[in-house]
Design a protein around this ligand. Structure first.
Ligand SMILES: [Zn+2]
Length: 186
């Protein structure tokens, strides 16, 4: 079963798209795409539109689409907010991950025969577990960058805890704020 929800990210959010794919979430991203096409995709494919463009965000909301305005693009903040809002998990699942480059579901393998021609002998001897993209052919492994992936997710989880704590405080407040422009989603 693929992970839900699904997203479509605007052209300023390539880094967010890559992270969501790594975490297993089906996320479309185009380096260059017209706003009306993003809105159409969000509508036709029931995807949450992620955008840094406040005007586009408002247009999406006016049409009754699900949309999320990314005010602060730091990846830890974005992931924390998306997790608090949509429940996306902030742990890497080796059996449910997508190609950061092309969004295809990756196949996990320990077979060197499958990846032998695509990685150097040094990598092949050092690592036992790989992920292969059936669409673009890329091969991934937990290389030296892996520690920074773990760190980002750890920071995102603690940011999420702060957001949830703030939300529950607000729920307990006797008077609800009317100026909810800060709220970035429907
Ligand atoms: Zn790929």
């Amino acid at each position: 079963m693929p992970s839900y929800p699904r997203f479509v990210a605007d052209s300023m959010l390539g880094h967010v798209a890559r992270w969501l794919r790594l975490l297993g979430y089906d996320t479309l991203y185009y380096r260059s795409i017209k706003d009306w096409k993003l809105l159409k995709i969000a509508h036709d494919e029931d995807r949450i539109l992620l955008t840094r463009d406040l005007g586009l965000f408002r247009r999406a909301r006016k049409r009754g689409l699900r949309a999320f305005f990314v005010e602060d693009p730091s990846i830890e903040r974005v992931l924390a907010q998306l997790s608090a809002r949509y429940g996306i998990r902030l742990e890497f699942d080796p059996n449910d991950t997508r190609c950061p480059e092309c969004n295809a579901v990756l196949r996990r393998t320990t077979s060197l025969a499958e990846v032998g021609g695509k990685v150097s002998p040094a990598i092949a001897s050092r690592y036992k577990e790989f992920w292969v993209c059936p669409r673009c052919g890329k091969v991934y492994w937990r290389g030296r960058h892996w520690r920074s992936i773990d760190q980002v997710l750890e920071v995102a989880r603690s940011e999420r805890a702060k957001i949830i704590a703030r939300l529950s405080l607000r729920e307990r407040a006797p008077v609800a704020s009317e100026s909810s422009e800060e709220s970035s989603e429907i």
